[in-house]
Each structure stands twice: as structure tokens, then as C-alpha cells.
Design a protein around this ligand. Structure first.
Ligand code: FAD
Ligand code: SF4
Length: 525
């Protein structure tokens, strides 16, 4: 029997998505790829993200040569019709919606196969087709059913990262020695929270891997320029040289480079920020992993080998393994586990619109040095590491009470590694506490003191991190107290924030602080 064609989405670009073993597509299946313009029309993405995704898709198509039918269409539906001549069946709405919990793998013996997509919208779209067989998800360590089993049993009672991470380590025998964690401890976070080295503008590590653009990038740039000129699509952020891998070969080079030259220093300064060194020792591997160019299993495997051969210390390797086999997996599974209504959660009832200066990445309009610096990094590259995302950008949104769904949309559009599955738990849960604590035990926000300790950003700033009123009051410090006051009742009953609420009562100038926060309003801080 002739192999059935297999459709790969734009985030399923690595060889593991075509591997016929373990319930994969038919061996030697012809491949279908669809570049749907409607995706770009729907949202104003960062220019660098649009470039990266199109470049990666077109590079993959070039590699697959005659094996692929690459369709440029207005919509996926049109693309499928043209590529394989199939149209949507009129399946009842209830049946389509039942598919969106992420456990659906339809073995209908369809005429076309596809690996489980990464968004509920794509899953619902596939649900409308009787002719499509959905194969198990790839690109993650833990299968959906296994996660649900964990979540349903003792270990998952509180659904916290730490329990899940230890379970993954044991199950996948990651960094384990005789049934115990390597080095005798699961968690080396306390070694991984150092402030940046004083007196240094940059970390003393080898520069991150950089790609070279080619003809395909030129073509993508011309297309994006033309579509933008014709008013078909709009972007945020600046165009610039492509900074992230677009092919498997490039992704492997980036992984090797990181493990060989940069992993060693990954742990120590993982949470620190330096204005002139936005990347520090981070891996920059989220984009190729989320495009499916790298499998997380090979990333953690290489890191572990570096530890075993004495080329990287345990705190760095454990930190990296935790990020991938812990956080990344956890976020993926929570996306499906929490259900569709998770995206509209708003436990703190935050409804303020995201201000224009933030939407437009207008770093120059901002005086606060931390925010201006980080916003400029996003504007110029579509990337910053996890602490600026959480403690500078997300914290600003949380303190000012911006609508969490709009904040999620902003992160999704503006980050090169942003996809629905990864944004929802990270922004709704982790950063905006809009789920009321399903994912984290407390809201993540701080006054300027934290940013001052963990960065070199406060020194040249017009504000002072310790001041909460007056011309030089730090907007993070003022905003922190205003946030605590606004949610005083809820936060006083949480044992992790109760002490901070008590601190409010000791503030003699609280009224002034609240007036200052109110007067600033939505103006750029
Ligand atoms: P490193 O610091 O080198 O970490 C290694 C890898 O761990 C990353 O490549 C990534 O694959 C994984 N990882 C670590 N933390 C997470 C996490 N919380 N969720 C998922 N993967 C994680 N990550 C994304 O991939 N896409 C996003 O859209 C995204 N949005 C975020 C939004 C907010 C508000 C926050 C707080 C975090 C977000 N993250 C997101 C997680 C994290 O910030 C990025 O994965 C990381 O900064 C990417 O840079 P890196 O590859 O150098 O990561
Ligand atoms: Fe940011 Fe406040 Fe420090 Fe300025 S003083 S850089 S606003 S934390």
C-alpha cells in the first residue's frame, strides 16, 4: 500500500516528526506543508518571529525536495484542499470540541496523517476532518496520558513543578545515580541565583552561536517587505539579521556550541541581568526547540554527558535539565490539563488595557532604565531571558493591573519562541497570577530592590530603587506596594505573601505611595 501523505505544521520541522517508529507517520510518507497567510494576518507578530518561522519552513521544504508538496495558501483549509483534495466533514460541534482536550488521537485510518498539534485551535481544526488521522504528539519527553496519571495520583495533588520534575527525572533516569539524584540533591537553585559579577558589563563567556543568512532568508525578507508595503500584514519590532537556527543543522550547531562553551556558566548567573549582555549564559534554544528542530531529549542528554565527562558542573547541568525536563514539560502539560477556559482566567480582576507604548515596544518613551532596556531587547530581537520576562515586563503588567488575556497576546506576538501552549501557563499562571494560584504559590512581582540586586540596571536610572515617593520614586517599588494594597485581603491569607502584607501596615507614607502610583496611571514610567 502506498504510504499516506503526512502534514507537518510549522513547529514540527525536525526529523523526529517524520520518524515512522513508535506510532509515527507511514515510512517514506510524502510530506505536505502549508504556509497559510491568514496566520500572519490574524495577529501583529514581531517581524523577527515571522521571518524565523517562514525561513525555517522554507528551509525544511528545500531539504525535503521532491518529497514535499509545499502550498502557499490563504488558509489551512484551502491548502489541504489543494495539496490532498480533502475538505472538512460536517462533524457536530460537540464532537470537535471534545477533541480539544489534547488527548484525542483519532485512529480513523485517515487519508492524511499529522502529529498532534501544539494548540487547541489547530486540534479543533483537525477535528473537523474525518480523513485526517492524528498521531501522538512529538517533541516532549512525557506523554499526555502519563502526565494525567501523575496529576491524578498522589504526586500531582498540588500540581507543583518540583514534584513533577522529580518524577520526570526518576522516570527518564535523568541525572540519577543508583536511584538517587546525582550529587545527592534534587535542587541546586540556591547555587543558581547569584547577582551579576560586580564591575563587569558582560559575562566572561564565549559569545552565543550565530547563524548566517542565505538566499532563503533573502526571499523571506523580500516577501515580508512586500506584504507589509501592500498593507496585507503588519508587524511589531525591528527587522534585523536572523539570530536563531532555522534548520536542523543550524540547531545542532547551536546546541553543540552551547554545551561545549556556555553550559558551564549557565547555572550561576541564571537569574541575573546585565544591560550590555542580554543573553549572558542562556542557551537561546527555546526557539529551535519550539520549532521542533531540536528534541528536548537530546538537549538534556547532551547536558548530562557534559556533566558525566567533567565538562560542566552539576549546578549548571541540573539547572538546564530542570528548565527543560521540568519547566518546559510542565508548561506543555498544564496547557492541556487546565482546559480551554484557562485563557480567560482573571482571578485578580485586572482589566486595564495594555498601553500603546508597551504594545508598540516604544522603549524610547520609557524612563525606567530596566523597562526601557528590556523593551528595547524585545523590539530589536524578539527575545529576552526569563527574569526580564517575569520580573520586568510581566511584573509591570501585574502591578499596573493590565488585562491578562491582552498581556498573553502581547507576549505571544512579540517573542520568537511564543506559541499558544507555552504562553498560556507562563503568562496567565506564572506571570499574571490570573489563575489564582493553580500554577504558582504566589504572585511573582517585586520592588526595585530585587532588580537592583540582580542587575546593573539601577545605577544609571533616573529613579532610585529604594524610593517610593517623589520624583525619583522607582515605579517598581511604588507599584509593588500599590499591588499589595489592592489585593491585601487575598494576599494576607497566603502564607507566602502574608508577611509582605504586614509590611504594608508599617509604611507610614502608604497614602502618598498609593497617590503616586495612581497619578502615574498608564503613562510610560
Ligand atoms: P534557557 O534559560 O537557556 O533555558 C533552557 C530551556 O528551558 C529553554 O530553551 C526552554 O526551552 C526551557 N524553559 C525554561 N523555562 C521554561 C518555561 N517556563 N516554559 C517553557 N520552557 C521553558 N518560553 C518559551 O519557550 N516560549 C515562550 O513564549 C515563553 N514565554 C514566557 C513568558 C514569561 C512571562 C515567562 C516568565 C517565561 C516564558 N518562557 C517562554 C520561558 C523562558 O523565559 C524561555 O523559555 C527562555 O527565556 C528562552 O531562552 P533560552 O532558550 O535561552 O532559555
Ligand atoms: Fe528599574 Fe527602579 Fe531600578 Fe530604575 S530604579 S532600573 S525603575 S528597578
Amino acid at each position: 500500500m502506498a504510504p499516506r501523505p503526512h502534514w507537518i505544521f510549522g513547529d514540527q520541522l525536525g526529523p523526529h516528526f517524520l520518524d515512522p517508529r513508535h506510532g509515527g507517520p507511514d515510512a517514506h510518507a510524502p510530506v505536505v506543508m502549508i504556509e497559510a497567510r491568514s496566520v500572519l494576518r490574524r495577529r501583529r507578530f514581531h517581524r523577527a518571529k515571522a521571518h524565523l518561522v517562514l525561513s525555517a519552513m522554507r528551509h525544511r521544504a528545500a531539504e525535503l525536495g521532491d518529497r514535499v508538496t509545499y502550498i502557499r495558501a490563504e488558509t489551512y483549509a484551502e491548502g489541504l484542499e489543494r495539496a490532498v483534495g480533502i475538505g472538512a466533514a460536517r462533524r457536530p460541534r460537540a464532537a470537535r470540541e471534545a477533541d480539544t482536550d489534547g488527548t484525542a488521537e483519532r485512529s480513523s485510518g485517515g487519508r492524511l496523517t499529522v502529529c498532534h498539534p501544539t494548540s487547541r485551535a489547530a486540534l479543533a481544526f483537525l477535528g473537523a476532518y474525518d480523513d485526517i488521522e492524528i498521531l501522538p504528539a512529538r517533541g516532549f519527553l512525557v506523554a499526555r496520558d502519563d502526565f494525567e496519571q501523575w496529576a491524578g495520583h498522589g504526586g500531582g495533588r498540588s500540581l507543583r513543578l518540583e514534584g513533577f520534575y522529580r518524577w520526570v527525572r526518576e522516570r527518564h533516569d535523568l541525572l540519577m545515580e543508583g536511584g538517587e539524584p546525582a550529587g545527592g540533591t534534587w535542587n541546586l537553585d540556591h547555587d543558581n541565583r547569584e547577582p551579576p559579577p560586580r564591575g563587569q558589563d558582560t559575562l566572561d563567556v564565549r559569545a552565543a552561536w550565530q547563524p548566517h543568512e542565505d538566499d532563503i532568508d533573502d526571499e523571506v525578507r523580500r516577501d515580508l517587505d512586500r506584504w507589509e508595503r501592500d498593507g496585507e500584514v503588519g508587524f511589531v519590532g525591528r527587522d534585523g539579521p536572523r539570530r536563531f537556527p532555522a534548520t536542523r543543522r543550524e540547531a545542532m550547531s547551536a546546541l553543540r556550541h552551547f554545551v561545549t562553551h556556555r553550559l558551564e556558566d549557565f547555572g550561576r548567573y541564571e537569574d541575573a541581568m546585565l544591560a550590555a549582555d542580554p543573553v549572558m549564559s542562556h542557551s537561546l534554544l527555546s526557539a529551535p526547540m519550539n520549532l521542533g528542530l531540536l528534541d528536548p531529549a537530546e538537549c538534556v542528554d547532551r547536558a548530562e554527558r557534559a556533566y558525566r565527562s567533567g565538562n560542566a558542573p552539576l549546578n549548571s547541568v541540573e539547572g538546564f535539565v530542570r528548565q527543560i525536563s521540568g519547566w518546559r514539560e510542565y508548561v506543555w502539560h498544564l496547557y492541556w490539563h487546565f482546559g480551554e477556559d484557562y485563557r480567560t482566567r482573571n482571578a485578580l480582576r485586572h482589566t486595564a488595557p495594555v498601553p500603546d507604548w508597551f504594545l508598540e515596544l516604544d522603549a524610547d518613551a520609557v524612563t525606567a532604565n530596566c523597562l526601557s532596556t528590556v523593551l528595547a531587547q524585545v523590539r530589536d530581537t524578539g527575545w529576552t531571558h526569563h527574569i526580564p520576562r517575569l520580573m520586568v515586563l510581566g511584573s509591570r503588567a501585574l502591578q499596573d493591573g493590565w488585562d491578562p488575556a491582552a498581556v498573553t497576546d502581547w507576549f505571544h506576538r512579540c517573542f520568537v519562541d511564543g506559541y499558544d501552549w507555552v504562553m498560556l501557563p507562563n503568562v496567565v499562571g506564572m506571570s499574571q497570577y490570573a489563575d489564582g494560584g493553580l500554577m504558582t504559590t504566589k504572585p511573582y512581582t517585586s520592588g526595585g530592590a530585587y532588580i537592583h540586586r540582580m542587575s546593573d540596571l539601577c545605577g544609571p536610572c533616573a529613579y532610585r530603587p529604594t524610593e517610593r515617593t517623589g520624583d525619583r520614586a522607582c515605579p517598581y517599588t511604588t507599584g509593588y506596594w500599590a499591588f499589595m494594597d489592592r489585593h491585601r485581603t487575598r494576599l494576607s491569607s497566603n502564607h507566602r505573601t502574608a508577611r509582605a502584607v504586614k509590611g504594608l501596615d508599617r509604611l507610614k507614607d502608604l497614602d502618598e505611595v498609593l497617590t503616586q502610583a495612581k497619578e502615574r496611571g498608564a503613562a510610560p514610567p
